[in-house]
Design a protein around this ligand. Structure first.
Ligand code: SAM
Ligand code: SF4
Length: 329
């Protein structure tokens, strides 16, 4: 690749990871992602078409993006998603195509997703107890998600499970989640709760990565394993004798911003260089022109505006509240 077109920001960080939201719609209403009252939907005509997303992805890959994560809202609710993923997977130079899902539709879609060329799935699962699960998701069915995970495994996907840990809500289940890595080669990730919607008293929900690890250490002995390349900001560990791994993702306490390699595009074509930056660029008008130089200029400006860090701590954050489903988690 021509070195001059690579996306490198003001801090010298090389941006090679794009999180692309294909819809803001979702078949769940998770309490940490959106307020109970719901969120305004993007107008049907404002959502980027698959064709526009493919154009964008091709230009982004030409500028050094190597990994694309498809997210949402719930990506599997968008009609035609499998065909789109198949096209995306064929873009030369795209090394990793991965997808984040709540798992509700996986039972019927896992095989097609695998055939389309999706390499990995991150499945969000925050409780193994049916009542807690439905309280968190406000409308999810745990059994359906567990069947989805089984189907994904059968289809040949490596399984990664992401649990958002909330004090007093699901933190009593940490050891049960870690146990999922014992017999199967699952990667179980514990994520610090982030104050995206800024509930009153959100600070009381946050359990830091250190607290999570200390709690797990009361049940298991584990050692750190090294992960590299495009594998992301998780610190990974292996419980003695386990087939899989456990890991913590610490957006609040981990200070991994200095290694951040990602940008995000919402389903309506708003690009953000940081999830917690209130600044957005609108790619839709330039995508409509199809002009390569303009699209590349927006991506370059976006990367140059990437803040050095999100500035959030365990007790404070300055961003305007938003729903994760609107931006793309
Ligand atoms: N609907 C899909 C799902 O839930 O996996 C994809 C979109 S969802 C917004 C992407 C990820 O963002 C999920 O793993 C979810 O747990 C995470 N997420 C949403 N709100 C969060 C919060 N307040 N703190 C930490 N993670 C959050
Ligand atoms: Fe939907 Fe995912 Fe948000 Fe839950 S976290 S409401 S599944 S977009």
């Amino acid at each position: 690749m021509d070195e001059t077109v690579k996306l490198i920001d003001n801090q010298g960080r090389r941006i090679n990871y794009l999180r692309l939201s294909v819809t803001d719609l979702c078949n769940m209403r998770c309490c940490y992602c959106m307020p109970e009252s719901g969120v305004a939907k993007i107008g049907h005509r404002d959502v980027l078409s698959y064709e526009q997303m493919l154009t964008l992805a091709r230009h982004a890959v030409a500028m050094g993006i190597e990994k694309v994560r498809i997210t949402g809202g719930e990506p599997l609710v968008r009609k035609g998603i499998v065909g789109f993923l198949g096209e995306l997977a064929r873009i030369p130079g795209l090394h990793q195509l991965v997808l984040t899902t709540n798992g509700l539709l996986l039972e019927q879609m896992a095989t097609d997703l695998r055939r389309a060329g999706v390499q990995r799935l991150n499945i969000s699962l925050d409780s193994l107890q049916p009542e807690v699960f439905s309280r968190i998701t406000r409308r999810g069915d745990l059994k359906q998600v567990l069947s989805g995970i089984a189907a994904a495994e059968k289809a040949g996907f490596p399984i990664k499970i992401n649990m958002v840990v909330m004090r007093g809500v699901n933190d009593s289940e940490l050891a049960d989640f870690a146990a999922l890595s014992l017999e199967k080669s699952y990667a179980v990730r514990f994520i610090e709760y982030m104050p995206v919607i800024k509930d009153d008293n959100w600070q009381s929900l946050v359990l830091s990565g250190e607290e999570i690890l200390n709690s797990l250490a009361r049940h298991y002995s584990f050692t750190q394993v090294v992960s590299g390349g495009l594998s992301g900001p998780a610190r990974e560990f292996k419980i003695a004798g386990a087939c899989g791994t456990i890991g913590v993702i610490t957006p609040l306490t981990g200070h991994f911003c200095q290694d951040c390699n990602r940008v995000r595009i919402s389903a309506s074509g708003k690009v953000r260089s940081c999830l917690f930056s209130d600044e957005e660029f609108d790619l839709k008008p330039v995508l409509a022109t199809g002009d390569l130089a303009s699209i590349q200029a927006v991506l370059r400006n976006l990367v140059m505006s990437k803040p050095a860090s999100h500035g959030m701590t365990q007790t404070s954050s300055s961003h305007a509240p938003f729903a994760m489903s609107q931006i793309g988690g």
